[in-house]
Design a protein around this ligand. Structure first.
Ligand code: SF4
Length: 200
């Protein structure tokens, strides 16, 4: 904060276990940061096994929470991320409701990677459900990384992204959900997607 003017911090976990799914280490880490500086923090984890973890994370100093769907249709979830797909969409939806009741409207978000097989309509449908819950759907174009199993998987076209962003931006505006209003998080950072510029 002193040297670089950092305004927010994002803490992500991977999946260190299949019980709290990273919530415990997020709590410890957020407490340690908040003991030193009052920096807004977004925690990112999969839905933990017990919703009590949302309250624990909030008490530990986490201001916003990201629980990332990545892809939204069950068949593609099972193919692209077989381990993560063991947490069903129904659990994510219940966890989003519980998390919004703790962190607040617009302070819970999810990352959706476009270009991995979900259609425009499938992505927009789930975004509509999420927006009605008060969850910000941060839709991001998939970008292949050299040396990973998907290094040869193409990115979506600009036309594909625009066909999502234009209606989604209008849906976000209508619902009063703005990335800049969140205390912290990927949508607030916005570096990985042009979506925030479609909110207006
Ligand atoms: S939007 Fe992208 S660059 Fe910004 S915090 Fe999230 S992953 Fe990192």
């Amino acid at each position: 904060m002193e040297l670089d003017g950092v305004k927010q911090m994002i803490m992500t976990t991977g999946t260190p276990n299949v019980t709290d799914r990273g919530a415990a280490i997020l709590c410890e880490s957020a407490k340690a940061v908040k003991a030193v500086v009052n920096l807004p923090i977004q925690g990112q984890c999969e839905p933990p096994d017990d919703d009590i973890w949302f309250e624990r994370m909030k008490e530990a100093g986490i201001d916003s929470l990201g629980m990332h769907l990545e892809v939204v249709t069950p068949e593609i979830r099972a193919r692209m991320m077989p381990s993560k797909a063991e947490v069903p969409l129904e659990r994510y939806m219940k966890a989003f409701d519980a998390a919004v009741s703790v962190f607040g409207h617009g302070e819970v978000s999810t990352y959706i990677l476009a270009g991995l097989g979900d259609t425009v309509d499938e992505i927009l449908f789930i975004c509509d459900v999420l927006i009605h819950k008060g969850v910000y759907p941060f839709v991001v174009p998939f970008v292949p990384i050299i040396g990973t199993p998907l290094e040869n998987h193409p990115s979506p076209t600009p036309q594909f992204m625009q066909s999502i962003f234009e209606p989604l931006g209008a849906m976000l505006k209508k619902a009063g959900l703005r990335s800049s209003d969140a205390k912290a998080g990927c949508a607030k950072c916005g570096a990985c997607s042009a979506l925030p510029s479609y909110e207006v």
